[in-house]
Design a protein. Structure first.
Length: 229
């Protein structure tokens, strides 16, 4: 099996080298990029499996890049930031990032986050498709259809929808969703789920305007409405 290819976008040479060393030791193949203006061309040229994306870069910053990447690709993105303000973390996730990690960090933790994303993406699929109303989810192809139209979702959005569709009308707390989707305790930031749910609702609403498919249960969490059609 070909090793997975990870692009490390980081302008600090020592950090980029350290990350590559640990990722290679874990069996991954790596490439690096230190300028935001050259990232999109590299992504479109090289087959990649995941991107580690620093926010502060020469040229285009990580926020801009994440937004532009999501216009043509659902490749997993882990954002790396030295900013500790929650707004930056949530902004990155609202743009479609799958995870974030703050500097200073443990390289081993970064490797663990990368492995967790790949485990989620390649978990044992369901034995059958999930179909509720006009929404169908195929776990083998990671494809969601609404009225025969493809719904392009990030891995986290797909994971959230699958969890809720498997138990329609069951209310899931934020912490329960984040642990099930991320596969580990995500530093207690339950509100990151709100960002993913917001994006998921927006994408569903584009195909099913006026229908509330994912309902907020205030003070508790979210549920998928089985009565929607």
């Amino acid at each position: 099996m070909t090793s997975r290819h990870i692009l490390v976008v980081e302008d600090e040479e020592k950090i980029a080298s350290l990350l590559c060393d640990y990722l290679k030791e874990a069996g991954f193949r790596t490439s690096t990029q230190n300028n935001g203006d050259r990232v999109l061309a590299q992504i479109k040229k090289d087959p990649l499996d995941l991107i580690l994306l620093d926010i502060m870069l020469p040229g285009k910053n990580g926020i801009e890049l994440c937004r532009e990447i999501r216009q043509f690709s659902n490749i997993p993105i882990i954002m790396i930031t030295a900013r500790v303000e929650e707004i930056d973390r949530l902004l990155g996730l609202e743009l479609g990032a799958d995870d974030y990690i703050c500097k200073p960090f443990s390289p081993r933790e970064v490797v663990a986050r990368v492995k967790a994303i790949f485990r989620r993406m390649h978990a044992e699929p369901l034995t059958h498709n999930l179909v509720i109303g006009s929404i169908s989810l195929d776990d083998k192809t990671h494809q969601v259809m609404i009225d025969k139209q493809v719904l392009n979702l990030t891995p986290n959005e797909f994971g959230l929808l699958k969890i809720m569709m498997r138990r329609p009308n069951r209310v899931f707390s934020r912490s329960e969703l984040i642990n099930r989707v991320q596969g580990y305790d995500f530093e207690g930031y339950d509100r990151t789920i709100d960002s993913h749910i917001k994006n998921l609702r927006k994408k569903i609403a584009q195909k099913l305007p006026g229908q509330e498919i994912i309902t907020t249960v205030y003070g508790v969490g979210y549920k998928f409405s089985a009565s929607s059609d």
